[in-house]
Design a protein around this ligand. Sequence first.
Ligand SMILES: Nc1ncnc2c1ncn2[C@@H]1O[C@H](COP(=O)(O)OP(=O)(O)O)[C@@H](O)[C@H]1O
Ligand SMILES: O=P(O)(O)OC[C@H]1O[C@](O)(COP(=O)(O)O)[C@@H](O)[C@@H]1O
Ligand SMILES: [Mg+2]
Length: 551
Amino acid sequence: MDSVALSSPSPSPSSLKSRFLQKPSQNSKQLSSSVSFSSSSSSSSSSCSDFRSPTKAISMAAASNNGNSQRKIVTGPAGYVLEDVPHLSDYIPDLPTYPNPLQDNPAYSVVKQYFVHVDDTVPQKVVVHKDSPRGTHFRRAGPRQKVYFESDEVYACIVTCGGLCPGLNTVIREIVYSLYYMYGVKRVLGIDGGYRGFYAKNTIALTPKGVNDIHKRGGTVLGTSRGGHDTSKIVDSIQDRGINQVYIIGGDGTQKGASVIYEEVRRRGLKVVVAGIPKTIDNDIPVIDRSFGFDTAVEEAQRAINAAHVEAESSENCIGLVKLMGRYSGFIAMYATLASRDVDWHGGLFEYIETRLKENGHMVIVIAEGAGQDLLAESIRSATQQDASGNKLLQDVGLWLSQKIKDHFAKEKKMPINLKYIDPTYMIRAVPSNASDNVYCTLLAQSCVHGAMAGYTGYTSGLVNGRQTYIPFYRIIEKQHHVVITDRMWARLLSSTNQPSFMNPKDVIEDKKEEELLTQIVNEDKKEEELPTKIPDISTEDNLVKKEIAA
Ligand SMILES: Nc1ncnc2c1ncn2[C@@H]1O[C@H](COP(=O)(O)OP(=O)(O)O)[C@@H](O)[C@H]1O
Ligand SMILES: O=P(O)(O)OC[C@H]1O[C@](O)(COP(=O)(O)O)[C@@H](O)[C@@H]1O
Ligand SMILES: [Mg+2]
């Protein structure tokens, strides 16, 4: 290892430079992925009142909870619903368009049907019944025939916010590369240290040469932060610098911030694209199949579980306890457990631990960091404390549980046990992304750039059922994705680790009720928004290309 850091001071102007000068770590070899994922798009279904209507219509309704933006809902036959993303031409009339420079690029011009068809959309739900409505769709990502920016007109910027996640540097690199080599854009600015960097920090010009090697390192060369989101100062800075494409990489909090920046940009009538790339090690962002870095995090977490297993097996009556990141969502714990299979418990009964120790002499327990927070009354931190972004600070459930288990067996059972507690928290998110995440980051970044050049805005670029899409911000920020302990994936985990469910029928009913309630709220919300306000055809860009095709 070439460096050990005990604490990370807040980035100074020189720290931005030093992050760029840093050499890739010895450990930054590309790892091949050993975990495969099934798609887990969120379950919210759409409601559509007219399954038979053959004509397309957009209904634009005020978003009820998140900002003032207009939602663009396009409906079609058989219950088809497109939750479209905004476009610059929605609020700036008569914008000129230009042929996509990719059509003259020798690498792309030979690719058959390289440009995405205007009507291509991706379904949110792929499992349907014979008579089901076609359901919600998102606009397919990719290059369009017409772009809304000339290459030398573009001044782009990139910012990373929130906690670290493997792959951040790859996404930064690939945005710079896509802009330079696909679209001939030469001016790309890196914002230092998250949102507040727009108005209180240094910036750095990003070039392909400068970012060439950064994907081999963990972290983000741009630095990151929590808090400091001052919308008007951020948009002032965007406006003053003449930036017209803003690429924002971050998690659920960041996407909320991006959404209000988009609203303000639109309110001011600026020709500025605001585009998000979802970053979350917790995998808590809804709609998308998975977030980049999650695969790497699961792989790293699996190493901790393996270590716990080795420790536990080597001593008598030994318990290996691993706490894994993931706030309230619990996905890393679930997938790492499934991947390693060395875990015997996930949820908590002393009787069960005792039985397993008597049968096997050892066991491994994995606990998600957000679990049991309500039980940790006697804690060092007050339960209401928040970080700078407003996220509730979580108490250390791993330490708490370790103590509880030790106390129980020592005091009540008089049974000597060994307990090895492993908390790999920051290790799993500080590593460089593995091979599979690197590929994913590249596709996400390229899709995001294609969308911005095509004039789309107010969107997050994301994978839905294995396809790259543009998802309106409001869908990304309306709720959090979390492990559902009454779904198939949880059942698979229970059978793979041979553990009891520890759920009583009441929990199942309440969990189901919660899911039903969520679906009901989403459906009611949508019904309200689908009240048609007449706009007869889809976006200006689509019309243009349609005319072109017809000609
Ligand atoms: N509701 C919100 N409105 C505007 N900005 C927000 C909101 N929530 C979070 N942010 C900003 O987004 C950034 C990252 O948020 P945070 O929750 O720390 O991480 P993440 O995006 O990874 O979830 C912070 O700068 C924070 O101030
Ligand atoms: O100590 P920090 O940097 O605030 O980060 C801790 C949190 O960051 C995460 O790794 C990611 O959270 P975000 O999505 O908010 O960035 C959480 O799993 C964890 O609770
Ligand atoms: Mg978050």
